[in-house]
Design a protein around this ligand. Structure first.
Ligand code: NAI
Ligand code: PHE
Length: 347
């Protein structure tokens, strides 16, 4: 934990423990430079509390970049509720989310939460029983609902921009796309790609999910451990982070990595490995910004759906300019995107 905090550029972390759920709780506020910090609540099992803190710290830093690149007036934060491997009872989960709401209130407006991995709009409703500082509640509870479909729309625009950069046309028809993770984002993304004429390969550790999709759509299922070596034009990680590492990058057989997963690089230096392998990388905090644009656009800025969709389409244009800057400056796309964020944070 010492090392995580020593190497982290963020503002502060709130920690506590929920006895009933046996959960260690972290709210990492990385930056309030552009506005109150915002970022989702992730419920997950980690080997140690230090790993959970490291995840919260790194995800919060990525949210700062995401907000800056998307031009949203918010800072970056993230919550991690680190639970035991055994499933939580509904009562324990409810109590944990109420406790989390109390912690958010303690921060007095410096942090707003929303959904993330393993949390849904219904969970946001429960958090909303104790604090108004929560995005992504169900429409019945005054929220804008799940951000995942709009995240998928943004990823689709990002894939088009990436295909255009590599192949000279943004038409995905006939291109092979490997979607890893057919959850809340992966499913609508797969549907859009199929509609656009792409050849779609899907994979999910939950084989029932993958089978359900392959029964209703013309997609092929790939075993989870075969994803990395599968030949495709675009690899779209839409599941866990850390999938791009010195071990996996040499085995990739794709031209583009463009997906929703937060923190897909195991370390920042992996961006160099991708560049050296001539694989175009769409930085996560740019391509997956559709969810943030949806939540903050509708709920904090009062945007119409037309304004939200315009913001999400902008993800494609932002990626095009990042790719052009990376080429002109001879740097990785990750570096070019970080420079764009830094310019906005300093402005
Ligand atoms: P989800 O939990 O609904 O779906 C994830 C899917 O990936 C599940 O079906 C799970 O079984 C599967 N999965 C897990 N490990 C896998 C593996 N090793 N191989 C293949 N499949 C695996 O999550 P959601 O909301 O679809 O998010 C996906 C990713 O996108 C996450 O990294 C999340 O942080 C990121 N993201 C989500 C946003 C949103 O609005 N939901 C916004 C921005 C980023
Ligand atoms: N967790 C999602 C993300 O990483 C959605 C989200 C955005 C949640 C902004 C809260 C605030 O983008």
């Amino acid at each position: 934990m010492d090392e995580v905090l020593r190497n982290w550029s963020g503002e502060f972390v709130l920690t506590s423990y929920d006895d009933a759920a046996n959960a260690t709780m972290f709210i990492a506020v990385h930056s309030t430079r552009l506005g109150p910090a915002a970022g989702g609540t992730r419920i997950k099992t980690y080997p140690t509390a230090g790993d959970a803190l490291a995840d919260a710290a790194r995800l919060a830093a990525a949210m700062t970049l995401k907000m800056a690149v998307a031009g949203l007036p918010m800072g970056g934060g993230k919550s991690v509720l680190a639970v035991e491997p055994e499933p939580l009872s509904p009562e324990a989960r409810h109590g944990l989310l109420r406790h989390h709401a109390e912690n958010i209130e303690r921060l007095g407006g410096r942090y707003y939460t929303g959904p993330d991995m393993n949390t849904t709009a219904a969970d946001m409703d429960m958090i909303g029983e104790g604090t108004g500082r929560v995005f992504g509640r169900t429409p019945a509870h005054g929220g804008s609902g799940s951000s995942a479909p709009d995240t998928a729309v943004g990823v689709f625009h990002g894939i088009q921009a990436s295909v255009s950069h590599v192949f000279g046309t943004d038409d995905v028809a006939g291109r092979t796309v490997m979607v890893q993770g057919t959850g809340a984002v992966g499913q609508p993304l797969t549907e859009m790609l199929v509609d656009a004429g792409a050849k779609v390969l899907i994979s999910d550790v939950d084989s029932d999910r993958a089978d359900e999709m392959s029964a209703r759509l013309p997609v092929l299922v790939v075993e989870p451990d075969a994803v990395v070596g599968t030949e495709c034009d675009v690899y779209a990680p839409c599941a866990v982070g850390g999938v791009l590492s010195p071990e996996t990058i040499p085995a990739l057989r794709c031209r583009i990595v463009a997906g929703a997963a937060n923190n897909p690089l195991s370390a920042p230096s992996d961006a160099q490995l991708l560049r050296a392998a001539d694989i175009l990388y769409a930085p996560d905090f740019v391509i997956n910004g559709g969810g943030a644009i949806h939540l903050i656009g509708y709920e904090a800025l009062g945007w119409s759906s037309e304004q939200v969709q315009r913001g999400i389409r902008g993800i494609g244009d932002t990626l095009r300019s990042i790719y052009a800057a990376a080429r002109a400056d001879g740097v990785t796309t990750e570096e070019a995107a970080e420079r764009l964020a830094a310019a906005r944070l300093q402005a």
